[in-house]
Unconditional design. Structure first.
Length: 229
């Protein structure tokens, strides 16, 4: 996750005297100095400090997410009812036409042609209903809440975890970091990049800033775009 700001090569760890860990540029020619593990750890911790959401903003975003979930659930219910009615209409036509065929009111050729069309419609509608059933708004809302929780606890968690757990936490939040002799420049995963930017500007207007809205079944603005947590 670390690259040199001078040459873009990977920064790797090496052991000295069997117990000391240092980080250096892997190219072997870079002017980047070596860092002790403790120095790198402290710099990365400061990176996580920059993604905390103010409590009042967090509460507002959470309420907005929950309201959005209710709206999406209502939309899903309406779509499911509409599709179910379409399915019932198609099947009713199929049953009525079969009765007409038995009564000799329609030809075999007409029956076969119409049944082929209606069976295709039936399959399409059943697939659409199945897709709605698989759409879990609760899971998406839970993912969004986990991201918000992680944003507010990332720095504390980092300070209290072992190095392996710290690395796992960093991978959830960061894509990579460039390091020079003085500082680290992080590239955050979404939506942590937006959170960090809002921390810097102190501009918070609500859910839309973080792009955390659980998506509904229809195309809407502000859909969820998050990394797995």
């Amino acid at each position: 996750m670390l690259t040199s700001a001078h040459c873009s090569s990977t920064v790797t760890a090496e052991f000295k005297k069997g117990k000391y860990v240092y980080y250096r540029c892997s190219c072997g020619k870079c002017e980047l100095p070596r860092f002790r593990e403790e120095q790198i750890s402290e710099k990365l911790g400061e990176v996580l400090r920059n993604i905390r959401i103010p409590d009042e903003v967090l509460e507002r975003i959470t309420k907005s997410l929950e309201a959005s979930q209710i709206h999406s659930r209502n939309v899903l219910g309406q779509q499911r009812a509409r599709l179910q009615k379409q399915l019932e209409d198609v099947r009713r036509r199929m049953d009525q036409t079969y009765t007409d065929k038995l009564d000799g009111k329609i030809s075999e050729e007409f029956w076969n042609r119409k049944m082929s069309d209606w069976q295709a419609d039936e399959q399409r509608i059943e697939m659409a209903i199945s897709g709605l059933n698989e759409h879990s708004q609760s899971d998406r809302l839970l993912d969004a809440k986990r991201i918000l929780e992680l944003a507010n606890k990332a720095y504390f968690l980092y300070l209290t975890r072992k190095p392996v757990e710290q690395a796992e936490l960093l991978r959830k939040v960061l894509l990579n970091c460039e390091i020079d002799s003085v500082s680290i420049t992080p590239t955050y995963r979404k939506p942590f990049d937006v959170i960090c930017e809002r921390v810097k500007t102190e501009h918070w207007s609500g859910r839309e800033d973080l792009n955390l809205r659980p998506p509904g079944p229809e195309k809407e603005q502000g859909t969820l775009n998050c990394c797995p947590v």
